[in-house]
Write a protein that binds this ligand. Structure first.
Ligand code: BG6
Length: 466
């Protein structure tokens, strides 16, 4: 096809510290919430790290980052998304001084990316709140978190100024209501939290995100800051107006976060919801002023769309953010429904709504892979992954042709990593296979898959080979 992708398009790949680094207690790193979540989002937390927690070693990127980045750069990536582990920089979140060994590690990662021609795309907080802050403050329920986070963000931008152009404040900020401990370090069990507690925690994150945006702009005027939301277009299950309105409400619950980040104030539909539920948030004048520091772009993950209905039905398996399954769509082995056109829908919706450049910073298929021998070497023939990514990229191309400004595309888990929701190795997303199993065994050897050669070709032709 003739390509609509501009030559500046940031083709890349995405990861998060807790899912790749390992070295959970090395060089001064403190514990994060992930170190006590051996079963992922919905499993119970443990009191201390346990040997069955795959993230403690993950794929050992901490020691292998240089080879891994070389392998990814050889695919042609122009950007690499990673997160900084907050507890590597401030082991308890509120330490007097940052941990120099942690800062130095990310110096090396950033410099290696730049040497290899990849722009670092850095998430400041990706489901990795220092555990000490969860235990001491109940995470983002506390207003104390705002200053601690902003100081952490300032430490990062002062250190990496001029080297990191793209910052994301909170990964999937709208997941806070669904996974309060993983997403926001809230130690109180979910069933003991009220809507008011969660709204207040979200408010603290929104203020912190805006203040971090202000600080980054001040310290490095050339840097750009994006919010990061879990995008999930909501379709009415039927054309019944009640279903259409139910879908609108569900959509609002997600759009709220982007609306605040882009418009700098709370939207009317949230103010109404708060009023009708009798929730009075603690929002100060200083908070209102802080929120006016809006983002430069909107980034998002996209894995699935959902349906909504006004009728009382059970949420479908795999629809982790609620909603009901769409009878027209297939699903992955983990029940995540596959809807390439939903990506075009969401790109158009966000662009029409916000008129801000959009960055797709996660998308991909979690699947079980099998190593096979081809031409005397072990590899994975992952045609299913290629088909998934191609179908989604064709829809991105459609959106670009629709006039949507898309900055780039960084498929999730470009190198196999530990899954977030289920904490498994066997739910793989990568172009690069990592030899590790769910029981923790494996040599950690890296091997390229068929999708590696395919994506390299896509990038080399700027999408024309799609
Ligand atoms: C996103 C997260 O929700 O989805 C990632 O930002 C996560 O951290 C990704 O890994 C895929 O989810 P999972 O559960 O398959 O790893």
């Amino acid at each position: 096809m003739t390509t609509p992708f501009p030559p500046t398009f940031l083709w890349g790949g995405a990861t998060a510290a807790n899912q790749i680094e390992g070295a959970y207690d090395q060089d001064g790193k403190g514990l994060s919430v992930q170190d006590v979540l051996p079963r992922g989002i919905f499993g119970p937390r443990t009191d201390a790290p346990t040997p069955d927690n795959l993230k403690l070693q993950a794929i050992d990127f901490y020691h292998r980052y240089e080879d891994d980045l070389e392998l990814l750069a050889a695919m042609g990536l122009r950007t690499f998304r990673f997160s900084v582990a907050w507890s590597r920089i401030f082991p308890h979140g509120d330490d007097a001084e940052p941990n120099e060994a942690g800062l130095a590690f990310y110096d090396r990662v950033v410099d290696t990316c730049l040497r290899l021609g990849m722009e670092p795309l850095v998430t400041i907080s990706h489901y990795e709140t220092p555990l000490a802050l969860a235990d001491k403050h109940d995470g983002w329920r506390s207003r104390e978190m705002v200053d601690l986070y902003v100081r952490y963000a300032r430490t990062l931008v002062e250190r990496y100024r001029g080297r990191v152009k793209y910052w994301l404040t909170f990964n999937e900020i709208n997941s806070l209501f669904h996974a309060p401990f993983m997403s926001a370090g809230i130690a109180t069990p979910k069933d003991e939290l009220t809507e008011a507690d969660l709204y207040q925690a979200a408010h603290h994150e929104l203020v912190a995100s805006a203040l971090a945006t202000q600080v980054i702009h001040e310290v490095d005027p050339d840097a750009q800051v994006g919010c990061m939301v879990l995008a999930m277009p909501v379709y009415p299950l039927t054309p019944a107006p009640d279903d259409v309105v139910a879908a609108m409400h569900a959509d609002h619950r997600n759009l709220f976060y982007g609306d605040v980040h882009v418009r700098g104030r709370y939207p009317g539909y949230v103010l109404r919801d708060l009023r009708e539920r009798g929730i009075e948030l603690d929002i100060t004048d200083a908070d209102r002023e802080a929120l006016t520091h809006t983002v430069d772009f909107v980034s998002f993950s996209y894995y699935m769309s959902i349906c909504e209905t006004a009728a009382p039905v059970e949420a479908g398996e795999g629809n982790i953010m609620g909603g009901v399954p769409n009878p027209h769509l297939p699903a992955s082995e983990w029940g995540w429904q596959i809807d390439p056109q939903g990506l075009r829908v969401v790109l158009n919706q966000f662009w029409d709504r916000w008129q801000k450049p959009l960055f797709i910073v996660e998308n991909g298929l979690g699947a079980r892979d099998e190593l096979v021998e081809v031409d005397g070497r072990l590899t994975v023939v992952d045609d299913y992954r290629i088909a998934y990514l191609r179908d989604h990229l064709v829809q991105v191309a459609e959106a670009v042709a629709d006039g949507v400004e898309v900055m780039g595309y960084t498929p999730w888990g470009c190198i196999d990593l530990v899954s977030a929701s289920t904490a498994q190795m066997s739910k793989r997303y990568g172009f690069v296979h990592v030899d590790r199993d769910d029981d923790g065994t494996g040599t950690l050897t890296r091997r390229t898959k068929a999708s590696y050669d395919w994506y390299r070709q896509v990038i080399a032709t700027d999408g024309a080979s799609l």
